[in-house]
Design a protein around this ligand. Structure first.
Ligand SMILES: *[C@@H]1O[C@H](CO)[C@@H](O)[C@H](O)[C@H]1NC(C)=O
Ligand SMILES: *[C@@H]1O[C@H](CO)[C@@H](O)[C@H](O)[C@H]1NC(C)=O
Length: 426
């Protein structure tokens, strides 16, 4: 009697686990890497300024090999950025005589398999882009009529990650089409991270179905190289978090799009803000910048070990906007370690005001849902500003125009045998 009950419970657990999201064993933490689109777009003119070595910016095997080299030599791979991903505009306009996809012969003369081999030889992983519709967003051949063949081609090329866009397709076909392509990917037997643009084109999305199909999915429009673009995403995530944050977890993530840190559009403070918020959101961290020319102080932001550790936190919980008042926002994310049953927290305080003076923010940690009596606070960008003593108050000054303070709050361990004082109070 007891045993059969346990048996039933055991099976219920399995069912619950499986219904949790896509189970291909991949992306147990949010993917990290480099993707071409935001910085390099669909630049296919490789002749322009051909004599200027620094200006070799077209979508070509040269760009991806150069980037792979820099991922290793500049320390990005060591920090966790492991995928090198080609976005749109790598294809030839026509399929080959066997109906297979093929790259542009002038820009990828060695072929995609050779490029994948090169990237793998550096200890990196290789990603590529296609589109569920008749065409990619930039007009190259899409996969809609060749789902099985194309999945096999990607596996033959040793692809480790694929982004499938949603242009030139009926949005109403996505709920059938994205899972169908996912099934063909699975049948290749090759582990391939599956990134879907499915919800990005919909007004209302079935995130349950999406999280069972895809390892990550874009919810919203493309990021551009500006703070206004970054804030449109941050605000949209905050305003709509109740619809999709709960679907994030190991193996399946919401994707607010690439990091633009290192490019032209963000100030130093805004760059800190994007990195801190993307880490708090358990977002994929996909660089899209010229790795040869990232200024050292921006590179330091991208390589911030504490934020990367928060991004990869094993609880895999997406952070939420808890307070939004007078241009100041407080975002929190429960993380490890858990001490005396209290989670630690990542906390990001963002100032969207444009008045020149920094804003003083003082909050009792209880007000933002932190329930232990006291916390040790570490300031993740300016460790020297961390409070010396454990505290139940956060008192910080946050720069305007996209400044942030990023903190890690760790509960102070209760003394052996003594309950915490707040428990006596209650
Ligand atoms: C295919 O799907 C099964 C069932 O979800 C999973 O266990 C397996 O790891 C998947 N294989 C690949 C290569 O994705
Ligand atoms: C934080 O600010 C509050 C309100 O101004 C003050 O009462 C408290 O002592 C401050 N705490 C710390 C640790 O600075």
């Amino acid at each position: 009697m007891y045993y059969s009950l346990l048996f039933v419970l055991y099976f219920m657990c399995i069912v619950i686990q499986n219904s949790d999201g896509l189970d291909n064993g991949l992306a147990l933490t949010p993917p990290m890497g480099w993707m071409s689109w935001e910085r390099y777009r669909c630049t296919i003119d490789c002749e322009f300024n051909r004599n200027d070595e620094a200006n070799d910016e077209c979508i070509s095997e040269k760009l991806f090999k150069k980037t792979a080299d820099l991922m290793v030599s500049e320390g990005y791979l060591e920090a966790g950025y492991e995928y090198v991903i080609i976005d749109d505009c790598w294809l030839a306009m026509d399929r080959d005589e066997d109906g297979k996809l093929q790259p542009d012969p002038d820009r990828f003369p060695s072929g995609i398999k050779a490029l994948a081999d090169y990237i793998h030889s550096k200890g990196l992983k290789f990603g590529i882009y296609e589109d569920y519709g008749t065409n990619t967003c930039a007009g190259y051949p899409g996969i809609i009529d060749n789902l099985e063949l194309d999945a096999q081609t990607f596996a033959e090329w040793d692809v480790d990650y694929i982004k499938i866009d949603g242009c030139y397709a009926n949005i109403s076909d996505y709920p059938k089409g994205y899972p169908e392509f996912g099934k063909y990917l699975n049948e290749t037997g090759r582990p391939i991270v599956y990134s879907c643009s499915w919800p990005a084109y919909e007004d209302e999305s079935d995130y349950e179905a999406i999280s069972k199909t895809c390892n990550l999915w874009r919810n919203y429009g493309d990021i551009q190289d500006s703070w206004s673009s970054a804030t449109s995403i941050i605000n949209w995530y905050g305003d709509n978090q109740d619809k999709f944050a709960q679907y994030a977890g190991p193996g399946h993530w919401n994707d607010p799009d690439m990091l633009i840190v290192g490019n032209f559009g963000l100030t130093y403070g805004q760059s800190r803000a994007q990195m801190a918020l993307w880490s708090l959101l358990a977002a994929p961290l996909l660089l899209s910048t010229d790795l040869a020319n990232v200024r050292p102080e921006y590179k330091e932001i991208l390589l911030n070990e504490d934020l990367i550790a928060i991004n990869k936190d094993p609880l895999g919980i997406q952070g939420l906007r808890i307070i939004q008042k007078d241009g100041i926002e407080v975002w929190t994310r429960p993380i490890t370690p858990i001490i005396d049953e209290y989670e630690s927290y990542a906390i990001v305080i963002l100032n969207q005001n444009e008045d020149p003076a920094p804003t003083k923010v003082s909050i009792r940690v209880r007000k933002i849902g932190l329930k232990a009596k006291k916390y040790t606070l570490k300031d993740l960008y300016d460790p020297e500003k961390s409070p010396k003593e454990p505290t139940d108050h956060i008192n910080v000054s946050v720069d305007p125009s996209g400044g942030v303070v990023a903190l890690k709050a760790t509960p102070v361990k209760r003394k052996l045998g003594l309950p915490q004082i707040n428990e006596i109070d209650n």
